[in-house]
Design a protein. Structure first.
Length: 215
């Protein structure tokens, strides 16, 4: 039992400790830090969290976090509109962007297939990925999922859904039956690693040196 001198202090510590990676000692330090701040500073802090929850959206195209209905990456005219990089979460988008080695589009699945956790294909954004590829002029899909059993399972499922897809739009006018290119990041990322915790140089090289996906 924690011997906090205030019920309000205890409740605040409980809330901070509920955040991922935050233990009770760290939570207590954060709460005590806030108590030392001015009322104005705490109001600004609380207001930022409130606006974050109320105003931040998920891009209706790629599902990353955005202040708008369509994120700046999807709207950008300077991005390669023919390539989609498939990632597990928003953190992975940020990690890949930080490498400066990729200039295409993204698709955030919002998770990976994990039967042990009750997560199936219908629980993540795979159908919307297939719909994008059928609608947009996509030439290559890069699978940049974790190098784990669950990541590999998700890669395989996506590959099976897309393996018979042919290029659309501009190539279709030429009666082209070129298949969609499906690749995966090179295994410079260690087995079992999450992209979020991979250094930028290694991750960047893994994107640049991607290889064709094979079963």
């Amino acid at each position: 039992m924690n011997n906090y001198p205030s019920i309000l202090l205890s409740e605040a510590v409980d809330q901070f400790a509920s955040l991922p990676g935050v233990g009770r000692k760290t939570a207590l330090r954060l709460v005590l830090h806030l108590l030392r701040q001015s009322d104005k500073e705490v109001e600004v802090f609380a207001g930022a969290l409130t606006r974050l929850k109320q105003e931040v959206k998920y891009c209706r195209v790629c599902h990353t976090i955005s202040d708008q209905e369509v994120c700046p990456i999807c709207q950008s005219h300077s991005r390669d509109k023919h390539t989609i990089c498939v990632v597990e979460n928003v953190q992975d988008v940020m990690s890949i962007e930080n490498t400066g080695q990729y200039n295409g589009l993204y698709h955030v699945l919002g998770g990976i297939i994990s039967p042990m956790d009750g997560v199936g294909p219908s629980d993540i954004e795979i159908d919307s990925l297939v719909a994008r590829i059928e609608k947009e002029d996509i030439h290559e899909v890069i699978l940049a999922l974790p190098t784990t059993m669950e990541g590999d399972t998700t890669n395989f499922y996506i590959y099976r859904r897309l393996q018979n897809t042919t290029l659309h739009h501009s190539t279709q006018l030429l009666n082209d039956t070129t298949p969609l290119k499906i690749s995966q990041i090179a295994r410079g990322v260690a087995i079992g690693n999450e992209l979020e915790y991979t250094d930028e140089i290694t991750l960047g090289r893994s994107i640049v040196n991607r290889i064709e996906f094979k079963m």
